[in-house]
Design a protein around this ligand. Structure first.
Ligand SMILES: [Zn+2]
Length: 457
């Protein structure tokens, strides 16, 4: 191999952690960034978002974006602000969802900075948002959208194609071909049988595989989701209670709507009103509605399922739904109760024992959602403490990530295994446990890079 054919991968995020995904590929004088995510979670991680970027953003030729989750796209506005001038390649749904998510992120950054300045709890003299809503809007002009399974040339000797990852709508694995070598970046990999999407694409061969490992140490429990949801709804309905579901705007909300519609359609639950009270989740749902062919659901079923829901964007309308004490199902953001309209529902209905609060997604440490799940009887918002007196339940089986066995089986379907598997997007114990599993079950070399580490291929 000549020097010009060297390929270097630098793990600038999503290594030793599940957030901040950024892998820099350096080859043939090009710098290609796979994902550009925000570090999230504990403070030490979030602080990394404020560090200088290790290379000049202006020297990065392009970004290839696997999907629209904030931990994969949320840092793009910072890079653009600091001189990135290239294209951002992704699918059409990813572009549209990323715009929605970045705008929301910019608004939250501004609100948080304002709050810190009002209460004087910033260590700096003035808290500054990482980026603003207006910075987020600047990103729109950089996108270049592509279908799955079609080669896109970056240079005459470097090309890539996107493949369905089955994680959220538009999510993609990136197959990058540099000279004669193929590298596949899995991005976040979906379940083997997603509710609304097609399963992750099967692959014959690549030379190198960069594979996520979020569930590298775990297997999903086998539960009947429909049965579980039905019994929670009936239980709440029989005591004339309100079922409150904190919403994650992308994919989880649409999955819940899909399930609720199915259960109603089959007469398994009564005809109770269902509200989606979240402007952001509604915007995301419109993207789902616009791209039926990207989902394993017919256009007819999609339109019917969204017709069975009341969309509440208007704030006044939201207020009247909040104040109404009749039995209903409400899906409202945010998913971990860190803000949003769900707090209005909690303020009014959480103190009443017959009502139900149902979590359908991961609750990060430090959030109100986690506190309630861990048994807190009082939580603070709107400047005061509120009693948690309603019933609290959690459905933990709705993960959008393949578990360790699903990923192992996906790899078993390769005709020829990669020369090297590089595990990223996992906490150290998750990645290491997965490395041991892969090495014991497959004849393959597995490495786990640290944050900031470079690997020469
Ligand atoms: Zn994701």
């Amino acid at each position: 191999m000549t020097i010009e054919d060297d390929i270097k991968l630098k793990f600038l995020g999503g290594a030793g952690t599940v957030t901040g995904s950024k892998t820099l590929v350096e080859a043939q004088g090009q710098r290609i960034l796979i994902d550009c995510g925000l570090f999230q979670g504990i403070k030490d991680l979030r602080k990394l978002n404020r560090d200088d970027f290790p290379v000049d953003p202006g020297s990065i030729d392009c970004i290839i974006l696997t999907h629209a989750h904030l931990d994969h796209c949320g840092y793009i506005p910072v890079l653009v602000k600091n001189g990135f001038k290239g294209l951002i390649y992704c699918t059409q749904p990813t572009k549209e969802l990323t715009e929605i998510i970045l705008l929301d992120s910019g608004k939250i950054q501004e609100e948080d900075a304002n709050k810190a300045n009002r209460h004087g709890y910033s260590r700096h003299s003035l808290a500054r948002p990482l980026y603003t809503a207006s910075d987020a809007k600047q990103v729109s002009s950089f996108f270049s959208e592509h279908e799955y399974n079609s080669w896109v040339f970056i240079t005459p000797t470097i090309k890539f194609q996107l493949h369905n990852a089955g994680h959220i709508i538009g999510s993609a694995m990136v197959e990058l071909k540099i000279g004669e070598k193929k590298i596949l970046f899995s991005g976040d990999m979906g379940r083997k049988d997603p509710l609304l999407l097609y399963p992750p694409k099967k692959v014959d061969h690549v030379d190198y595989l960069v594979l996520e490992s979020t569930y590298g140490d775990r297997e999903h429990k086998v539960v009947d989701l429909r049965e579980e949801l039905t019994s929670i709804i009936l239980e709440t309905y029989h005591r004339q209670g309100i079922l409150m579901i904190p919403a994650f705007a992308v994919e989880r909300t649409q999955e819940i709507i899909f399930l609720l519609h199915q259960l109603k359609d089959e007469g398994l639950i009564p005809n109770i009103p269902i509200y989606l009270d979240s402007p952001m989740a509604i915007e995301a749902t419109l993207v789902f509605d616009k791209y039926p062919s990207w989902q394993d659901v017919s256009k007819y079923d999609l339109s019917r399922m969204y017709e069975s829901i009341h969309f509440i964007s208007d704030y006044q309308a939201s207020k009247s739904v909040v104040m109404n004490k009749k039995p209903k199902i409400v899906i409202a953001g945010s998913g971990m109760l860190t803000g949003g309209r769900i707090l209005n529902y909690l303020e009014n209905h959480m103190k009443v024992a017959k009502n139900m609060l149902l979590f359908t997604g991961f609750q990060a440490a430090g959030t109100r959602g986690r506190a309630i799940l861990e048994g807190s009887k009082f939580i603070k918002f709107f400047g005061e403490y509120h009693e948690v007196n309603c019933e609290v339940k959690s459905i933990s089986s709705m993960s959008a990530h393949a578990d360790r066995i699903e990923m192992l089986n996906w790899l078993r379907d390769f005709k020829t295994l990669p020369e090297k598997v590089i595990l990223n997007h996992g906490e150290p114990h998750q990645a290491d446990s997965f490395r041991v599993l892969l090495e014991s079950k497959l004849d393959v070399l597995v490495v786990v890079p640290q944050l900031g580490e470079s690997i020469k291929l």
